[in-house]
Design a protein around this ligand. Structure first.
Ligand SMILES: [Zn+2]
Length: 266
């Protein structure tokens, strides 16, 4: 009888927990559109918590982006030649960023991906071979993402917490099948197009509190623009946070940021 009673209590407790999670989920504004986003107090990205580096003392809590100026700097297409130098710069400015990694580059540079996670940056999936997902079948698109997730897990011990499709485009069916949110951007520095340090720095002047900024750590001009961008934003009182910290607990099924390019495909 005693066993029965405690089982029943445990069952009731479990039911309440499940119900609470369900209700919390219902509160999320699920949208089919590229949505704007509200700012939040971000939890640390789960990549940091799950990583082999988790044995280190916990990082300080993320700032409350509803109360202080935050910006999410994001870097696509790596890991690459300039990534380690960028990690050093970010560290000097106590800056967290988000890296959207290409699977085949992770296989080439697993140690750099591991360093990104160890430094507390967030990792997103940017497909295996950087193809336009709208030109692939659903199965081929899923394979691109799955192969990348496996490469990232193998290299870092952690799974990517976001997806950013190449060129900012993803078929609706594929987006629906994802178990992580889609992160686009709100400011495109066009660094991929201009490959010009001064123009990249100038474009970063469009950053406002809450911006998700698109950049690429595979270009030398971007790396060379970073000292001034970090110094200028730092002087304006910005906190450099990951995408998940910026929006606080992003939800699968939602795309954060508009993903617009000021002219052209990128
Ligand atoms: Zn890209």
């Amino acid at each position: 009888m005693v066993i029965m009673a405690s089982r029943s209590t445990a069952f009731r407790f479990l039911t309440s927990v499940v119900l609470l999670f369900f209700l919390a989920g219902c509160g999320a504004p699920l949208s089919e559109h590229w949505s704007g986003y509200r700012l939040g107090q971000g939890a640390e990205p789960s990549t940091a918590a799950d990583s082999p580096a988790a044995a280190k003392p916990p990082a300080p809590a993320a700032p409350d982006c509803r109360k202080v100026k935050c910006v999410a700097l994001t870097f696509d297409d790596g890991p690459g030649t300039y990534t380690e130098a960028l990690l050093k710069l970010l560290d000097e400015h106590n800056a967290k960023a988000t890296f959207f990694l290409i699977g085949k580059n992770v296989e080439k540079h697993p140690g750099i991906a591991r360093d990104e996670v160890a430094a507390g940056h967030e990792i997103g999936n940017h497909t295996y071979s950087h193809q336009d997902l709208t030109e692939l079948s659903l199965a081929a698109g899923q394979r691109e993402l799955r192969k990348t997730e496996e490469a990232i897990k193998k290299a870092t011990g952690a799974a990517p917490t976001l997806v950013r499709p190449p060129y900012g485009v993803i078929p609706k069916g594929l987006k629906k099948s994802l178990d992580v949110p889609v992160a686009l951007w709100s400011v495109d520095t066009l660094d991929w197009k201009t490959r010009d340090t001064k123009k990249t720095t100038k474009a970063a002047e469009k950053i406002v509190p809450g911006s998700i900024v698109l950049m690429h750590d595979i270009h030398k001009s971007t790396l060379e623009a970073m000292p001034k961008i970090l110094a200028d934003l730092g002087a304006q009182g910005y906190h450099f946070v990951t995408v998940s910290q910026l929006v606080g607990n992003p939800k699968p099924g939602i795309a954060y940021g508009t993903g617009r390019h000021p002219g052209g495909k990128g």
